[in-house]
Design a protein. Sequence first.
Length: 366
Amino acid sequence: MSTTPSRSRAAPSAAASPAPRARRGTGRSVLGDVAKLAGVSTATVSRVYNEPGKVSAEVQQRVHDAARALNWIPNAAGRALASTRSHIAGAIIPTLDNHVFASQVSGMQSVMAEQGITLFLGCSNYDPAQALTQVRAMLARGVEAVSVVGESYPAELFELLIDRRVPYVVTYAYREGSPHCCVGFDNRAAFARLTAHLLELGHRDIAVIMQPSVDNDRVQARLRGVHETLAAHGLAVRPVHFCEGPSTIAFGRASLRKIWATPDVRPSAILCGNDNLAIGALLEAQALGIAVPGQLSITGFDDIALARELDPALTTMWVDTNEIGRATAQSLLDMLKGCAPGPGTEIAAKLEIRGSTGPFQSPRTV
């Protein structure tokens, strides 16, 4: 006897699939609300997300606009999250090119794994819009908790997490008065300390090589720390001594060449936004025959392994990024257990004074 199914029995279509169960009384939008706002049936809303090729572009746009307006996340995982746990958490970092974020993710992963939670990773490339897109994608896959680096995002990102009752933590930044649970260090205070170190050594003409500050609250806070500390001593960074660009060794080298090209106003010290920039400046100084720290003191930030192996070794700030990740994971786990989000955890940065900085020396004495 043939076991081939009869051709007359058609498989159920997507339109015939049951609509998601409405969670009334929660204040959250449901599929029917989206359909009503878009002026279509609930079956059409389902098709837009499951079989978009069967729906016109105009109708798709109406449905997407309605879903966005209502902060509705269309997915099976989201429905499952209402009754069972997904055991998935998400971490969004700015880049995969910087080891400090990899270290943070490693710390998170180790703690989450102990609780049977899988960590999803997203990379925003320092673009707040990409971060929002990735938060939406993670929520669409049923993540239970999310971490993001810094606070510079569209308000919609945090509103979406709050609306969905998904715990979140801001990492790699800590400031008094933040409306978010933060796990990290005070960027402003860290760079104020670096600046104070150079001032204590007698330096008064200090240059700055920094990562891009647009859409980056951590860099903005670092610059405030530098400028405020200098201003308290009646000093300021000369415009020709300020360079902002990619956080790479190459940009550090190019920036020092540019700064040193004006011999009558050369600085005696340079503050760099991270160790890559500082390593670039140090390598270029050696290539130009500039004595470090005799003619020029250089500081970095992060204390990567290479910073300790250079000659001279780099004065920098050490941050326990792995501990930031572990503390972040623990905060999220606590919130998943019902604990209210607190201000978070401050993890202090530590100044590591090494051979790349020294007392100011007049050009005549060098």
